[in-house]
Design a protein. Sequence first.
Length: 623
Amino acid sequence: MTPQIDTDLAGLQRHRQAAIAQQASVVAAMAPRIVIACPGAGKTRAIVERHCASPKGQPTGRAVASFTKVAAAEIRRRAHQLGRSDLLEHPHAITTLDGFFWRFLVRPFLPRPTNSNPRPFRRLESWRDAPRELRQFTYLPDPGNPKARYAFDLAEFQFRYVAGGQAPVATLTGLERVERGRKQLTDDQIAAVCQLAAKRRTTLANDEHMFTGEETRRAAYNFLTTYADRLADTLAQRFHELVVDEAQDCSDTDVELLLRVSALGLPLLVIADPDQAIYGFRTQGPPAITRLLATADVIHLRGNWRSSSVICGLAATMRAEPDRRVADTALADHHCIGLPVHLIAHANGAEIAVFHALATTAQIPPAQRLILAHASATLPGMRSGSRRPPPNPSLALVWAVGILRQASADQRTRVLAEQTLQTAILRHWLPDADRAASVDLHDNHGVDRWHLRRLAARALQELPDTSTPMAAWCSAAREVLDILPPAPTVGTPLGIKLTTPSGGGNRAAGTLAGLTKASSEGAECRTDTVHQVKGEEADAVLVLLPDDERTVRLLSHWTASHPSGPATPSGRDSEDAAEALRVLYVAVTRAKRLVALALPEQHIPAVNQHLGTFGVHVETTKS
């Protein structure tokens, strides 16, 4: 071993000890505190260690709230592994932020069911948990032509409440809008569909007492005003602090609620990376998290245990604040790996083959490669129509099986496929499956969601291959579903039986369901949108930047910034570009060893020069 390597290893060890000391300061700090954590900083570890430092038998507990069930589940799993199952029980609470608002700010004040109004209030994780018959609707663009009808589901829309408004505003998600547009729905017709969706959502909230996140927040805001004194007592009796993880995802309403909770006397420990705020559709203007940053002393976590020094340097160029454009300290074993940032010119899809070649040269297997884009329509293979289940229940089940058997299916589509498979089991057995919300199925029939997931996994193993003719596929599927009762009290399948679509009995089931065969090249490589992989990582990441005006604004905003100066002036276009840059930041910081950007060739010189200004190692690679 040479002296130079000895010096490098000694320096790495010092940096790691400094990063561990930063984490320890988070564990020991008294709330209120703000923690600014860079990507790969080990913040989940710090949260768990802080929670596990709590003595047993305390009269008050800690509430830990994150924005996703996955993050909350990871915190619970790590605490259990450390032998502190007591920290998962009363008086503690580990939940999502939605769950915290619902359990402690809303549900205690909702009226109980009465004979005149027997429907209980229920919180849904998403509108896919609402009764099928209530969340789905049809649109007839021409009442004189009833055959020209379009099916919609509330889960295909994004909703938000405008300040002062009583009704939500609905917009179709990007992929759905593109697909519907191809089916010749005009912008005016899509606007009419969105109005129908908003009306349907209002009906479910007011008449069916079904809340999702936005209704929960509106109710929490009202109850924090009406019952402030009572909440101050109950929160203080239950908790001594509230930890909010991934707080950069907070909307303006979330921030207002948290500030009001803090004002009632519950100290906050807020953990965030402002440069990962990528849910701008929930907040108008700059990220809402900026309102929280000045409310307490700040602790910084600047050690990155995930990415190489090159990737840390690349990410630093994308940060909004000049004083944060210093590269984080790379701490992983591969911290000094020499792989540059690759800029690949668009070449009709050949840029993907170039990425695979680069990853192969770096000895990165396909399973550790990730292809990302801001919007689904930019991703390869996402225009095939296979990302949504067909409306026919039998074909929807075929679609779900085909998707779940593809190693390269993106995460959002896999989740939808899992839900579709579980729904098929419920519809086969329960006559009211389409009329009941998922939370009602437990009360009515004793359906346990974890048992249902195990049944779905078993069905996936036993259902026939999607190349089977449709008639034979349905027959075999009925036999499989007949032996998978979703609850102990259900003895006979009384639901809707799978039937063969008219005229399709001899055709392959997968073909009828719209499934496409995965490409053999990079078949195990995952493709997804950036929003769906937040919190994940991969050895190699390719980010696809389309040749459109949005990319022009993004790159102009990015390359206008300098190490010690601001980016472009404020304004609506600049705010959109700033969010697009934060999305790009999240994308590249998923990478551990290799990052490539595929972009229009005319922009490569400017990006190359800009990264050179920051000293980032870049190579231009031709397709």
